[in-house]
Design a protein around this ligand. Structure first.
Ligand code: NDP
Length: 496
């Protein structure tokens, strides 16, 4: 832990010591998850062994224990999955009326709801996120996405009035580890509603809820080959991207891999949409309701351990309220409970992997070397597993790497501003353009600022609010294409 004196707050340390004078009795969720010792690849409606017979382990980041192992799909398996998807597209799915497709998607949504508790526990065990979040956000939203897009399946004529929407064919979908089931739902639901078939590859560190989703899809009696789920590393994703019989790639992940995919696809006929990284500015004006804004800062950066592409990882505070905001923020941060993801008291769970923890720790070093002041809370953290105390950097500057680069952890870089124009300039001075937040009492200021910030999503007096009806996506190096809402149908259709 590192404590720094900040001359502008005159506040060397937190006054409140929640870790010693307050404690909660543990409230663990019963970890009765039905995790099989091994999962095969889900191809053509069946679980099949990978062609090369190779498997890799998936572990619990909160205790470093192996949970299960999953198949490592080779190029041969990718080919098999794409063939199954093509056959299902040609013979069944593209010919099926939207009304019938919708019934299958509704069925998936209902089974997800029925199995919500089990899925939440597995999501928290495999990925490290607090059970409160997987239970109240990830799993309900995943089901909501299937419900929402099921409704569109027979209404595409209304989505695109005067046009005929045709499916693209076979979609290859690649997702990251931060919202495993939810990202799968964002990808699969609109693809199915518009009549495409697909092959999905989950991230290496969080494959389990995707394999559970494969069971759900099998139990929903989807025609074989409509949805194929194959596990593997980056090479499996690359094989999917480069497969000649893929019509569309939908990718969510880092900007670095997104750029490599864009290069690979540029000379081909394939359609693609990319949801990449971000470095959002959360802007606090002096006329904001400060207590509410502090909650928004907490939610903006510490939700899901900060493993959120749209996280409010840069905080811009108007100079006149800087002392008040930082003082209240530090007090509130001291109340955050870091620990067992399955404990319902936990606010911040485990960092998703050892590699990610190392990356975050490296940035904590980089920020200090650059001259920013690191402040972390004084809470206890478990002795095993991958954990990080919530952190903030005071006196960050625009040129610091901690201000420009995506850390993807519970770390916020703080800067000040005097005028709205300065706030806008600082907010836009980044290669990214995914999201942002504005806190002010004035409606006119909300419109003035939000229309000038280059970002796909901007929240006003709230943060990290998601809904299936609302489109999400980025500008600049944060990607292209939208997911969610009516806009989320467009990347999966050709309009005539
Ligand atoms: P990566 O880009 O490393 O991985 C994303 C997915 O792509 C994983 O399934 C990964 O497989 C796979 N992959 C890796 N290399 C290749 C390749 N060469 N070709 C095809 N697929 C490949 O990102 P992370 O998983 O580390 O996720 C974190 C990043 O994702 C952050 O930068 C974050 O901002 C971004 N993100 C963006 C979102 C958005 O909506 N804009 C939402 C969520 C995250 P494997 O896991 O095996 O490496």
């Amino acid at each position: 832990m590192s404590k720094a004196v900040d001359s502008r707050t005159d506040r060397p340390e937190s006054k409140i010591r929640f870790s010693t004078s307050w404690s909660y009795a543990p409230a663990p969720e019963t970890a009765k998850a039905t995790i099989a010792p091994r999962y095969d690849l889900f191809i053509n409606g069946k679980f099949v062994t990978p062609a090369k017979g190779k498997y890799f382990a998936t572990t619990n980041p909160a205790n470093e224990k192996k949970l299960s192992e999953v198949g490592e799909a080779s190029a041969e398996d990718v080919n098999k999955a794409v063939k199954a998807a093509r056959s299902a597209y040609d013979k069944v799915w593209s010919k099926m009326p939207g009304k019938e497709r919708g019934k299958y998607i509704y069925r998936i949504a209902r089974i997800l709801q029925e199995r919500a508790r089990e899925l939440s526990i597995i999501e928290s065990m495999d990925g490290g996120k607090p059970i409160r979040e997987s239970r109240d956000v990830d799993i309900p939203l995943a089901a909501a996405h299937f419900f929402y897009y099921a409704g569109w399946a027979d209404k595409l004529d209304y989505a695109f009035p005067g046009r005929t929407a045709r499916p693209l064919g076979v979609a290859g979908q690649i997702i990251p580890w931060n919202f495993p089931l939810l990202m799968a739902a964002w990808k699969i639901a609109p693809a199915l509603a518009t009549g495409n078939t697909l092959v999905l590859k989950p991230a290496e560190t969080t494959p389990l809820t995707a394999m559970k989703l494969a069971e759900v899809i099998r139990d929903a009696d989807l025609p074989p080959g409509v949805v194929n789920i194959i596990t593997g590393a980056g090479e499996t994703g690359a094989a999917l991207v480069n497969h000649p019989d893929i019509d569309k790639i939908a990718f969510t992940g880092s900007t670095e891999v997104g750029k490599a995919i864009q290069k690979a696809l540029a000379p081909t006929r394939k359609h693609y949409s990319l949801e990449l990284g971000g470095k959002a500015a959360n802007i606090i004006f002096e006329d904001a309701t400060i207590d509410q804004a502090v909650e928004g800062i907490i939610n903006g950066i510490f939700f899901n351990q900060g493993h959120v592409c749209c996280a409010g990882s840069r905080l811009l505070v108007q100079e006149s309220v800087y002392k008040t905001v930082i003082g209240k923020l530090q007090d509130r941060m001291e109340t955050l409970v870091v620990g067992d993801p399955l404990d319902k008291n936990t606010d911040i769970g485990a960092i998703n992997s050892k590699i990610q923890l190392e990356k975050i720790n490296e940035y904590l070093e980089i920020g200090q070397k650059e001259g920013a002041n690191l402040w972390q809370t004084s809470c206890d953290i478990p002795s095993s597993g991958y954990f990080c105390r919530p952190a903030l950097f005071l006196n960050a500057t625009q040129s610091h790497r901690i201000t420009q680069e995506e850390i993807f952890g519970p770390v916020v870089a703080i800067q000040t501003f005097r005028t709205p124009a300065e706030a806008i300039e600082k907010a836009n001075n980044t290669p990214y353009g995914l999201s942002g937040g504005v806190w002010t009492d004035k409606g006119s200021k909300i419109f003035k600022i939000t229309t000038k910030i280059q970002a796909g999503v901007i929240w006003a007096n709230t943060y990290n609010k998601f809904d299936p009806t609302s489109p999400f996506g980025g500008y600049k190096e944060s990607g292209m294409g939208r997911e969610g809402g009516l806009h989320g149908l467009a990347p999966y259709v050709e309009l005539n």
